[in-house]
Design a protein around this ligand. Structure first.
Ligand code: 13P
Length: 301
């Protein structure tokens, strides 16, 4: 099946762009494997005619917004994102009416309609820099992840940042008690945490670093530590173990598995390339407005 995928990929002039939470069988065939920011940059820079997004729906929408001339495919349309479902365009419109002077910062885990109503997007790897790029006296509406927003707010306590009450159903499964136990059992382990974690404020005192998924990958590679406790979706462990066979990784929660990310299988990627399905497009007007918010983010290094 892998050979068939690689052959069809060539025939279709396609690239496979995968997120760090994907199944190992997908990670192993990806042309690009990374976090949401890296995926967006790679898709936009690629000269391939077709981009197969192995991730969740908002990632495919971002690729379609940034590369309207390319064919963007997602192998299963049911690969949604609970966080992106936390805020609708209608809800954001109402919230903006209450704070007409505020700057809207939206996490990329949002629908294209929500991005179209935003001033600038962010990902977990650049959220702080994005917020710091906004004049200090400006009020900020941060949507939809309250944990990432809380973390940013703690780094920038002088700013007025209002948080939307949204969260990722997978990261809220990560609880503080098992982390404290893992830390006690493995005192030399470095504890790396994703800012979407539901136990962010309870466990951040124990964290050595709070990082995006690519940040976790990089830190694990560069750190002298031999053991790590990893607080994020468990799909990342495949890459961590593969790239660091001499190191040991303990998931902070075995149950932190995103069912939507796991909807993408090798078989579905094959079908996707065979049938050129499922194509993800964004209406022109929405895409143009959403693109401004994505472009503004992508200019921030
Ligand atoms: P990263 O950008 O850190 O990969 O996170 C994306 C995501 O969807 C986390 O749930």
């Amino acid at each position: 099946m892998k050979d068939k995928v690689l052959e069809l990929k060539k025939k279709r002039n396609a690239v496979i762009v995968a997120h760090n939470y994907q199944l190992g069988e997908i990670q192993n065939i990806a042309d690009y494997l990374g976090d949401s920011l890296g995926m967006a940059h790679f898709g936009a820079a690629s000269t391939a005619q077709t981009i197969v997004i192995c991730g969740v729906h908002f990632m495919a929408e971002s690729a379609a917004i940034l590369s309207p001339e390319k064919t963007v495919l997602i192998p299963d349309l049911a690969a949604g994102c609970s966080l992106a479902e936390c805020i609708t365009a209608a809800q954001l419109t109402e919230w903006k009416k209450e704070h007409p002077q505020a700057v809207v910062v939206s996490y990329v885990n949002t629908t294209a309609e929500v991005k179209a109503l935003s001033d600038i997007c962010c990902t977990s790897s650049n959220a702080l820099k994005v917020v710091q790029s906004i004049p200090e006296d400006k009020e900020i509406l941060f949507v939809p992840d309250m944990y990432l927003g809380t973390w940013v707010r703690m780094q920038e306590p002088k700013r007025k940042i209002r948080l939307w009450n949204g969260s990722c159903h997978t990261h809220v499964r990560i609880r503080p008690e098992p982390i404290a136990k893992l830390k006690a059992d493995h005192p030399k382990a470095e504890f790396l945490m994703h800012p979407e974690c539901g136990c962010l404020t309870a466990s951040m005192g124990l964290a050595d670093k709070i990082l995006s998924t690519d940040g976790i990958i990089k830190r694990a590679r560069e750190s002298a530590a031999k053991e790590f406790i990893i607080a994020t979706e468990t799909g990342i462990l495949h890459r961590l173990k593969k790239e660091n066979p001499e190191k040991t990784f303990y998931p902070a929660a075995e149950e932190a598995t995103c069912e939507f990310m796991k909807k993408i299988t090798l078989e579905k990627v094959l079908w996707s390339l065979e049938d050129m399905q499922y194509r993800v497009t964004v209406p022109k007007d929405t895409a143009e407005r959403a693109r401004k918010a994505l472009d503004a983010m992508m200019q921030i290094q």
